[in-house]
Write a protein that binds this ligand. Structure first.
Ligand code: GDP
Length: 420
């Protein structure tokens, strides 16, 4: 296996956790390269059902080294809770490492996330409220605290006190109570002590893995439509979920990433605000949401649901050059006689297949083809060739409009319900 990036080709929640868990059975190293505990990667395997927020989805392979990469922002307390929960369920987590160059997500980031959303009012972004955006904002504005800084307790306490002094003014402006520097530092240092020597410089580990041709998986969070540079700004995440982001965020030189798997749902979903052209209205959307259990893994919020959007998926392919696609949740579409399939947008009297910028996208009207449904549950199907003809035609249409071949097809949430 070359170095493989597993990235989202839509608005996120495509099923990257499931695909990573599956591929991780054959991997030596799995790295989460961006984001924080706003992620909610659902994994269903022989150990049970897990919603992973920071821990890479490779954690179920005890032989794989799992790295929370330098490009992430880490709430150490949340990470410790997540590890404890895995351990309670019999999963050994000794194979986890945390990059010491990752940035700490501190309690004030959580408070500011919440307060900032409140202040935005009707312009709110619909964040998960976990503090990820403010943590990245501090990183970029050179106020962030990196994980390694916990090693020098005295200096760390000074840093926390200094940053809190600055943040106090922000919290006061919002009318929020100040945080106590000692309590905050105690909490983070206690979590750091729990992690102990699992906090490391990950670059030598990754370099050694590359030198020994180890099989490396890079696990992305969210999807191209939420990319900071190429998504629906400002309704985006604060990092780059693209394969290009994987290189920087994991510490892997770009030329080593030879395989990029774009995970794409057979339809579309989005959590949070922003344009979503193929969104289903009213009862139709409610029915699909219930059937497919489309509720956010981190917040429990109902996900917005829509038909497959080839413009969005092709936009993702243009940016990622997928070597293959993994289509998930094909089983969910088994209830329809006819399936609308968006092949372009009508804008100002013309048809386009290019992704316009956000404010223009708000006005886009999807142009649909109607594809035949198959009205069949897909359980028990063992390979793509044995899918109903209409389901095969649906997959072929995705390949044609996106321009990348499909290598995997999900027909159920379990690891085993995947056609290779
Ligand atoms: P991620 O954040 O990209 O890992 O995606 P989520 O875990 O947030 O959402 C994907 C959801 O779809 C999870 O509940 C998965 O268990 C589920 N899932 C993944 N693949 C399939 C599939 O092929 N069929 C069905 N029915 N569910 C799937």
């Amino acid at each position: 296996m070359p170095v493989t990036a597993v990235v989202g080709a839509q608005w996120g929640d495509e099923g990257k956790g499931k695909i990573t868990d599956l591929l991780a059975q054959e991997a030596d190293v799995v790295i989460r390269f961006q984001g924080g505990n706003n992620a909610g990667h659902t994994v269903v395997n022989q150990h049970g059902t897990f919603k992973l927020h920071l821990v890479p989805s490779g954690i179920f392979n005890p032989n794989a080294l799992c790295i929370v990469g330098p490009g992430t922002v880490v709430n150490l307390q949340v990470l410790c809770e997540e590890l404890a929960n895995l351990e309670r369920n019999g999963i050994r987590t000794g194979n986890l490492r945390v990059a010491d160059r990752a940035h700490l997500l501190m309690p004030w980031h959580v408070a500011i996330d919440r307060l900032d959303e409140r202040e935005r009012g009707r312009q709110k972004l619909g964040t998960t409220g976990q503090g990820v955006g403010p943590a990245y904002a501090d990183k970029v504005s050179r106020h962030g605290i990196q994980v390694y800084e916990v090693r020098d307790e005295r200096r760390f306490r000074e840093r926390v006190a200094h940053e809190l002094e600055r943040q106090k003014k922000v919290l006061e402006r919002y009318g929020d109570a100040p945080l106590d520097a000692k309590a905050v530092a105690d909490e983070v240092l206690a979590a750091a002590a729990t992690l102990g020597d699992r906090i490391v410089d990950t670059l030598p580990l990754v370099e050694r893995a590359l030198q020994t041709d180890a099989r490396i998986l890079l696990e992305g969070q969210l999807g191209a439509m939420r990319d900071l540079d190429w998504g629906i700004y400002p309704y985006v995440t604060s990092s780059n979920p693209l394969a290009g982001g994987a290189s920087v965020g994991a510490g892997i030189p770009p030329r080593y990433i030879t395989k990029v798997i774009g995970v794409v749902k057979a339809y579309s979903t989005a959590v949070g605000e922003g344009p979503f052209p193929t969104e289903m209205a009213g009862g139709e959307g409610d029915a699909l949401r219930e059937r497919a259990n489309e509720y956010g893994a981190t917040t429990g919020r109902p996900r917005r649901v829509g038909w497959f959007d080839a413009v969005a998926a092709r936009h993702a392919h243009r940016l990622n050059a997928f070597t293959e696609l993994a289509v998930t949740k094909l089983d969910v579409l088994g209830a329809y006689r006819e399936i609308p399939f968006c092949v372009g947008y009508e804008l100002d009297g013309a048809l386009t297949t290019d992704m316009p910028p956000t404010a223009v996208l708000e006005r886009a009207v999807p142009r649909y083809e109607k594809l035949a449904g198959w009205c069949d549950p897909l359980s028990g199907v063992a390979d793509r060739a044995h899918l109903p003809e209409a389901a095969r035609a649906y997959l072929s249409r995705i390949e044609a409009v996106v321009g990348a071949p499909i290598g995997m097809v999900g027909i159920g949430p379990e690891r085993s319900a995947t056609l290779l």
